[in-house]
Design a binder for this molecule. Structure first.
Ligand code: S3P
Length: 446
């Protein structure tokens, strides 16, 4: 992917309201985990609704390289024939995790307690991201990690032979770090204990239970304490992957911004630890209604009905960040059309995403005529209630969410907005362009 030629894409102001239905792809976080837990279970796991974006395909490839059988039926159902905990085999070649931090960090957890040697790399974006946040805790299992300067990929790992269970307090709000520690705990005897100071997405905990592991979760202030009993026999379990709320955010905000629009986004995951965007948009006066709330595969799901809305600015508290960490770029786009100044607090973690998303989001807006500042760890957007001028060329920095946010902005600006490379949208939302154009957007190559 590194060397693929850039694919610029331009978004023109929508000539008419957006209308119809956008079925977003499967949740990325849940898709990675379904493949990984399936590979660690005994028996065949069937996965319905798996995201077939580049990031998840990297996880599928890594699980195959570690000895699991991963196949896709013609009807789109994926099957994973697991190897059982401790049963993975040494990969014959380097594991290339592409653009995916989740794939890389969770896999480090699995590898730490499998007595094998593996080397992991990724694209230029992933090779610039910090891995010490998992290397440091995982080394206490007895695994040996060697990485580039600053804990960057490529890295090599020699998994522990007699792994020790971890007791770890995660210093940053990160579901990836929490999950890496839990995954390592699967092949360590005794109790693994993770404490997180702020609650982050709990898909790993939910899925561990679904596969038969013993997990306890205790609420402690804003955070949680999770324990896992090591070396369970994970039993294969079918997984139904809900629509990704982080992908739904793009058509959702597009419908809020384009005058007269009305969109239905069916089957979106509504896990309470992922719903910060919805809470925030409702505070801004958004017309979003949830219909048909139901449980699918253990996760709450609903259909979103969204209508164009006049938005007002809000102050987004820092402690909401973990529940909407991937949604800030597109929320900032919405804020640029709201009346007043929106402050989004406590966004330090945005600096270590697929790009430095704090800088990239501010640049996306300012190059299109929006007044925006970074104030410490806060992003401050001055909305006028009117469409910004647009006309900017947005540097996407190998970041799918910056590209999609720029293209949503272009639906309302006076002049078209260009994303310098839309190729990375494939990582999480392969049919974004087709689906958006299908409801009335005008996205095309310049
Ligand atoms: C993810 C956790 C988040 C999020 C990422 C997916 C996960 O990262 O940004 O897109 O699946 O666990 P952090 O936990 O590092 O904040």
């Amino acid at each position: 992917m590194d060397h693929a030629p850039a694919r610029p894409l331009r978004s023109y102001r929508a000539a008419a309201p957006l209308s119809g239905q956008v079925a977003v792809p499967g949740d990325k976080s849940i898709s990675h985990r379904a493949l990984m837990f399936g590979a660690l279970a005994v028996g065949e796991t069937r996965i319905t609704g798996l995201l077939t974006g580049e990031d998840v395909l990297r996880t599928a490839g890594a699980m195959r390289a570690l000895g699991a059988e991963v196949t896709r039926d013609p009807d789109g159902i994926w099957r994973v024939a697991g190897r059982g905990i401790g049963g993975l085999t040494e990969p014959a070649d380097v594991l290339d995790m592409g653009n995916s931090g989740t794939a890389a960090r969770l896999l480090c957890g699995i590898l730490a307690t499998h007595p094998l040697f593996a080397v992991m790399t990724g694209d230029a974006s992933l090779r610039s991201r910090p891995m010490r946040r998992v290397i440091d805790p995982l080394s206490a299992t007895g695994a040996r990690f060697v990485s580039r300067q600053g804990g960057r990929l490529p890295l090599a790992v020699e998994g522990a032979v007699d792994a020790l269970p971890l007791e770890y307090r995660v210093p940053v709000p990160s579901a990836q770090v929490k999950s890496a520690v839990l995954l390592a705990g699967l092949n360590a005897p005794g109790i693994t204990r993770v404490e997180e100071p702020e609650a982050t997405r709990d898909h790993s905990e939910n899925m561990l239970r679904h596969f038969g592991a013993q997990v306890t979760v205790e609420v402690a202030g804003n955070g949680r304490i999770i324990t896992l009993v090591g070396q369970p026999e994970l039993r294969a379990a079918d997984v139904v992957v809900p629509g990704d709320p982080s992908s739904a955010a793009f058509p959702l905000i597009a419908a809020l911004l384009v005058p007269g629009s009305r969109l239905t986004i069916p089957g979106v995951g509504l896990n309470p630890l992922r719903n910060g965007l919805l809470t925030t948009l409702l505070e801004m006066g958004a017309d979003v209604v949830v219909q048909n709330s139901r449980l699918e595969g253990g996760e709450p799901v609903g259909d979103l009905i969204v209508g164009h809305s006049a938005l007002r600015a809000v102050d987004v508290p820092w402690d909401r960040a973990p529940s909407m960490i991937d949604e800030y770029p597109v929320l900032a786009v919405a804020a640029s059309m709201a009346v007043g100044t929106t402050r989004m607090r406590g966004l330090k973690e945005l600096r270590v995403k697929e790009s430095d998303r704090l800088d990239a989001t501010a640049a996306l807006l300012s190059v299109n005529g929006v007044k925006v500042e970074i104030d410490g760890d806060d992003l401050v957007v001055h909305g006028t209630g009117k469409p910004p001028a647009g006309g900017g060329l947005v540097a996407t920095h190998m970041d799918h969410r910056i590209a999609m946010s720029a293209l949503v902005l272009g639906l309302v600006t006076e002049h078209p907005v260009t994303a310098d490379d839309a190729g990375f949208i494939e990582t999480s939302f392969p049919d974004f362009i087709g689906l958006m154009n299908g409801v009335g957007a005008d996205l095309r190559a310049p």
